[in-house]
Write a protein that binds this ligand. Structure first.
Ligand code: ZN
Length: 338
């Protein structure tokens, strides 16, 4: 069975309640998953390199060649991760609109003024028996002003940054919750800091800082597409989050590496409140557990009603040592209600 799924787009100001299809998160940074019987299987590509074509339409400020250049740089950034074996292959330029279900993964501009807070969006076809991704199409909304200038341009969104985020979805990654926003007086939210390219709310126009992957993005891609030779170098952390002895679903679990200051996070998404964060550098970590921002639960979870946000930020009682090539003992992080 083949299913069409559309991931929530990268929102310009606010993670908007726009979605088509159903996406269930599984363990991790947030990896997308599909339910097979009573198991949840991560979505991933099995046929690597992933082949893609690029649309031949430009917009004001970005020619078709520049679109191709920005998309190519974003693919190369994901490929450059030495801990991941993901690879891509450019298969040409197309004048055809993306046709979902034709087996060709297409990236290009589409004018969607109706989606006035969506900069880009990824849709894909998967084999729901295996979780294999068969095709993914990405559009960039030409209703916005775009730029590919090396230093960015005021009032224009950076195409390479948004491409890097959408390609993260194409890989099978969902949203990361490592970031801070503030409400704008005129409505919507402004990003103050983002610890992941996969944070769901884009930096404002002119900002180019999302052209580089952060540790959380790197861990997510490396967990889905590990480099076989380096696999034994990293470790994982797992455990469960509980409140009054019961499972807490949807808690954001952040691992902070004391030596490198890397922040990598996952969510408790198992029925017993269990979580696993993989592809961590070996080392000593502080573990912080927090509720996700209740204004944007839907940016992370399709089944938002299950997510528990009624607890106080807590830290695991001890430092945690992540071994190379292995996992921690199962930690129990106890939180208390607000
Ligand atoms: Zn997104």
């Amino acid at each position: 069975m083949i299913a069409r799924k559309t991931l929530r787009g990268l929102a310009a100001w606010l993670a908007l309640a726009y979605t088509v299809g159903v996406v269930s998160p599984v363990e991790g940074y947030l990896k997308f998953g599909t339910r097979i019987g009573d198991r949840i299987v991560s979505l991933r590509w099995n046929r690597i390199p992933v082949r893609y074509v690029v649309g031949d339409l430009g917009v004001v400020g970005v020619s078709a060649d520049q679109l191709q250049g920005a998309v190519d740089r974003a693919f190369r950034t994901w490929e450059a991760l030495e801990t991941s074996d993901i690879r891509f292959e450019f298969a040409g330029v197309t004048s055809a609109a993306a046709v979902q279900g034709d087996g060709v993964s297409t990236l290009g501009f589409t004018n969607r003024p109706d989606l006035d807070r969506v900069l880009g969006q990824t849709s894909f076809f998967i084999d729901t028996r295996s979780g294999e991704i068969l095709e993914a199409d990405i559009f960039f909304n030409s209703a916005f002003q775009w730029s590919v200038a090396p230093g960015g341009e005021p009032d224009r969104f950076d195409l390479e940054s948004v491409a890097l985020h959408e390609i993260g979805h194409l890989l099978g990654l969902g949203h990361s919750a490592i970031g801070e926003t503030e409400l704008r007086p005129e409505g919507g939210r402004r990003v103050l800091a983002a610890g992941a390219v996969m944070f769901p709310i884009a930096f404002t126009a002119g900002n180019i800082s999302a052209r580089e992957l952060k540790p959380d993005d790197m861990a997510g891609a490396s967990d889905l597409y590990p480099n076989g030779a380096l696999r034994g170098r990293t470790g994982s952390m797992s455990g469960r989050v509980t409140k009054n002895g019961g499972a807490v679903f949807g808690a954001h679990v952040i691992a902070f590496n004391l030596q490198t200051a890397a922040l990598v996070a996952g969510f408790s998404v198992e029925s017993d409140g269990g979580f696993t964060v993989g592809s961590l550098d070996p080392g000593v970590y502080i573990v912080r557990v927090e509720p996700i921002d209740d204004a944007s639960v839907e940016s992370f979870f399709s089944d938002a009603a299950r997510v528990d946000v009624d607890f106080l930020v807590s830290y695991y009682e001890r430092l945690v040592i992540v071994p190379g090539g292995g996992g921690t003992d199962r930690l129990e992080v106890k939180v208390t209600g607000k």
